[in-house]
Design a protein around this ligand. Structure first.
Ligand code: SF4
Length: 316
């Protein structure tokens, strides 16, 4: 039987970023060093496949520290935590490892610096995302005002516009954030902040890579998770950049490959918390029904690496 042709365009970079890689390694190395169980507060990264893989090896995921027994090691997730969390861990004398991505920690320090200078801080981000909860939790209640949309940027009122700064979540849409920053700079000319935004290199590169293939694709699949901000943004970016159909899936099994009739050029990418094996799974499934040809479009090569915490690298 002759299979119909399907040309797959692979966006690159895609998948794991340095912060996610580091966070997963921290849990793996903690398991190797201390033995199971190792407790992890919240999903270490937003990906069920990764979380379930670590669970099988002895990680126990919990919502809050009060679920962690006194003697067990505990890891904080890559998204960062409010200051109250390490403070509580220290009070209980818990052995904790902080897997907060260094690029998120950088935003925490920025917010603290602005606060120390007497500024009110506008944080551009999504309510309830763990990174936003963590960043807001670096400072006393009321010090940070969350801005989620351009409309909110147009409406926000501050006590002293001469003492104002902004920071952003690291995993936002670069284009939407630029619009919000433009509004804030117009309304508050003395606002301080990063040159552009705090969106991280990995989010930026994955969005650029999707833009580079979107127009050529009849449909585009993003491997990721619905609660993963950078994955959801990739779907939006693909649509905005001219791909008629872009959708998010967690695993290959969720794709109705038979329903891709009429699609001859299929784009594939993966959010920063989705491992490459999930992309390979989709390609393998596509090969069962189509004569697949592959083309990878590389917009940049990533070389970023982050060090592991000293507690894991020092001799045991
Ligand atoms: S997406 Fe960016 S901020 Fe988030 S873990 Fe990866 S590198 Fe760090």
């Amino acid at each position: 039987m002759t299979l119909p042709p399907l040309h797959i365009l692979l966006a690159a970079p895609r998948g794991f970023c340095a912060g996610v890689d580091r966070a997963v390694q921290i849990v793996e190395q903690a398991l190797a060093r201390y033995g199971p169980p190792v407790y992890v507060r919240h999903e270490i990264v937003h990906n069920r496949f990764v979380v379930e893989g670590l669970e099988k090896r002895g990680a126990i995921f919990v919502d809050e520290l009060d679920e962690v027994p006194d003697a067990a090691p505990v890891v904080f997730s890559a998204h960062g935590v409010p200051k109250s969390v390490p403070a509580e861990a220290a009070r209980r004398n818990l052995h904790y490892l902080d897997a907060t991505c260094p690029l998120v920690s950088k935003v925490h320090r920025e917010a603290e610096r602005h606060f120390a200078a007497g500024h009110t801080i506008l944080l551009i981000g999504h309510a309830d995302h763990p990174e936003v909860v963590g960043t807001m939790g670096q400072l006393p209640a009321g010090a940070v005002i969350l801005i989620q949309t351009r409309k909110e940027a147009e409406a926000v009122e501050v006590e002293d516009p001469t003492h104002l700064a902004y920071t952003t979540q690291t995993t936002l849409s670069a284009d939407d954030t630029a619009e919000i920053v433009t509004v804030l700079r117009r309304r508050f000319p003395r606002i301080e902040g990063p040159k552009k935004d705090d969106i991280c290199y990995a989010t930026t590169n994955r969005q650029k890579a999707v833009k580079a293939i979107a127009e050529r694709c009849d449909a585009l699949i993003v491997l990721g998770a619905p609660n993963s901000s950078n994955s959801m943004r990739l779907v939006e970016v693909a649509r905005a950049a001219g791909c008629p159909e872009a959708f998010l899936v967690r695993r290959a099994g969720e794709i109705d490959l038979g329903g891709l009739a009429g699609v001859t050029q299929l784009g594939i990418t993966a959010g920063a918390s989705a491992p490459e094996v999930l992309v390979e799974e989709v390609i393998a499934a596509a090969r069962m029904r189509y004569a697949v040809t592959l083309e990878e479009i590389v917009v940049t090569r990533e070389t970023v690496e982050f060090k592991l915490p000293k507690a894991l690298t020092a001799p045991a």
